[in-house]
Design a protein around this ligand. Structure first.
Ligand code: ADP
Length: 432
């Protein structure tokens, strides 16, 4: 156990005094008092210097040597330093062990992880990242990741600073490899980048999309033929009376199938286009007037249709797609609002952007259905929706079109009190 430093200091002084007294006695004995004292103090000084030398020597080589065998204050200093040294070694070992564990566990991860600094230079990466991105250990540390993964979308993803969504890219031109990057910010503008190989997933998705597009395409021609014959038959004056009702039903069902097939084809087209959006200037006022006219032409005066155009602003986008999305909303309102009900189309602009809303006085939708409404074939009341001739794909088309235009769909509805579907376009999408 270490002694109190004050006690130490006291006993050291006593020791010097004792040495001086002994020196004085010897000096008196030989007749040179002062020489005796000076000689004994010089011997003590040499002893202390030797201790200091041993101590320093051991400090320099303490990893390889045993501590010097010192007593008194030197002994305390040696044991204090030994203790600190042992503690440091212990923590060093622990950290080293933790670091090795971390390296072993990240090396066995199926996904890649890269740590990047604020300038998006590589600080560290695991083995899987090296395989996926072709990085070299040590050589690529400190290098900007965007200069190694030379894909423009990737560079802008890293620079954007918004990592709420992941990014899929094909890092090597002409190769099917598809990687998904997900940024996870940490510390002061540092970033963990998770890298996943989604090639297989992407191939399956492409296969699914191709299958739906091809199947719909193949179904279209036979359906057109069947619908044509059924149409002719239904107008046949010599058709036996008992066949009239079944033929009418078959005609109605073939029309539904045609609607489903054409909606599936439209969805496939929307999903497969990776080209940037065409930037046509869409006159919203004319579009709403046309929608009202088409609805009146189809349903007559079944509903009261009110159009409120509160801004001359235009939308920049694909006119065909925007028309299709707006028509789907208007069509739904007319399908679900009861006869004599009201349908309101409204276009207005505020500081957030442009908004197109379709509200109706229909049955409304209970809240638990709202989050799933834009899924394909999701219906609140399947039999009712089928009776009304819906394909179940209308809102999925709306969602896709809006996504392509950087817009959002908001649905507000209460059971028994009608619904309001609003498309929000950012200011960047508007033109006066
Ligand atoms: P559908 O062709 O069946 O109308 P949609 O994708 O257009 O398919 O709509 C999905 C479901 O959302 C509908 O089946 C219906 O239950 C509900 N829905 C859509 N619009 C309205 C509306 N205006 N009022 C009440 N329910 C609606």
């Amino acid at each position: 156990m270490l002694r109190n430093p004050l006690e130490d200091w006291g006993s050291a002084l006593w020791r010097v005094a004792l040495v001086a007294v002994l020196g004085a006695l010897v000096g008196l004995f030989v007749g040179h008092l002062w020489w005796g004292i000076a000689g004994s103090l010089a011997i003590e000084l040499v002893r202390q210097l030797a201790n200091l030398n041993n101590f320093l020597d051991w400090l320099h080589h303490r990893n390889r040597r045993d501590p010097p065998d010192s007593s008194g204050s030197w002994g305390d200093a040696v044991s204090l330093v030994s203790r600190l040294h042992r503690r440091k070694q212990f923590h060093k070992q622990r950290l080293l062990q933790m670091f090795r564990e971390l390296r072993r566990s990240t090396a066995s991860m199926p996904d890649g992880v890269v740590a990047l600094n604020a300038d998006r230079e590589i600080l560290w990466f695991n083995r899987r990242t090296a395989e996926l991105l072709g990085l070299r250990r040590k050589l690529d540390f400190g290098i900007s990741l965007a200069s190694l993964v030379r894909v423009p979308e990737f560079a802008s993803y890293l620079g954007k600073g918004d990592f709420s969504e992941s990014l899929r890219v094909h890092p090597r031109i002409g190769e099917p490899t598809c990687l998904e990057f997900q940024g996870v910010p940490y510390g002061e503008r540092q970033l963990f980048l998770l890298v996943r190989d989604v090639t297989r997933q992407e191939q399956l998705e492409t296969m699914r999309k191709d299958f739906v597009a091809n199947a719909s395409h193949e179904l279209r021609s036979p359906l057109t033929v069947i619908a044509g014959y059924l149409d002719t038959l239904s107008h046949e004056s010599e058709l036996p009376h008992e066949l009239r009702a079944p033929i009418q039903e078959m005609r109605r069902q073939s029309e539904r199938m045609t609607a489903i097939v054409s909606d599936l084809l439209e969805l496939s087209r929307l999903e497969s286009t990776s080209e940037p959006m065409v930037g046509q200037s869409i006159d919203v006022a004319t579009l709403l007037t046309d929608l009202r006219r088409d609805l009146l032409a189809r349903d007559g005066t079944k509903h009261e249709i009110i159009v409120s155009i509160e801004s001359p602003a235009r939308i920049v986008g694909d006119a065909g797609q925007v028309h299709s999305a707006f028509w789907n909303l208007v069509d739904n309102a007319s399908k679900y609002a009861p006869a004599g009900g009201k349908i309101m189309l409204r276009w207005w602009v505020d500081e957030l952007g442009g908004h197109f809303a379709v509200s109706d006085t229909g049955p409304g939708i209970s809240p638990e259905h709202l989050p799933r409404l834009t899924e394909r074939f999701y219906r609140v009341d399947p039999s009712r929706a089928r009776d009304l001739g819906g394909s179940g794909l209308g809102l999925a088309i709306v969602r896709h079109v809006l996504q392509r235009h950087g817009a959002e769909l908001n649905i507000q509805s209460e059971e028994g009190r009608g619904s309001a579907f609003t498309c929000h376009f950012s200011r960047a999408r508007l033109k006066s």
